[in-house]
Write a protein that binds this ligand. Sequence first.
Ligand code: PCA
Length: 215
Amino acid sequence: MRILITGFDSFGGENINPSNLAINKLPNKLKNIEIKKVTLPTVFKESSAILEENIYSFNPHIVICVGQAGGRDKITVERVAINIDDARIADNKNNSPIDEPIRKDGETAYFSTLPIKALVAELTKNNIPAAISNTAGTFVCNHIMYETLYLSKTKFNNISAGFIHIPYIREQVKNKPNTPFMELEMIIDALKIIIETSAEFYQRNDIKITGGYEH
Ligand code: PCA
């Protein structure tokens, strides 16, 4: 079993991104799972081009993309990616697309093909705050999730794929009063659980528990 896991470089005025810090602390092998880690640039089209090259060369069964969602207080397992780029801030190459479809021939949206409910259940069981999120936004994280799922529908049919948002880590919130964070060690533990559970559920049905919340 091969799993490709990606993080992003820092963006939006931060000088770190916990997603690439966390993925790079993962082992290269967990049980029988070979793990390849790739840091993507926080740049709309470039990130997906690099992702596709890595899918070609590594030929993974599962692709898990990870990004920072500053302000969230849990690990959030994204349910859905939508076919739109609408930049709240410029990406790292100064692109600011507004309401641009990601793929003209793509579906309006794709659902994650990771076992999202099982992931939340496993994380919760291990005392790691986690929830389903029903929006990955419209910035580069939604873009990469959409592209990964588009590629898995059109070219790489046996790949399961999805996206995980993680909170800020402690050092990022020093000057941000009342902003939630999670310890990097807990994020790394969460990613290990996500990798193992995704492998266990590969090509199996997810569990049936609610992921509907009040907002
Ligand atoms: N988070 C951004 C893009 C890169 C990252 O780590 C997002 O949520 O879109």
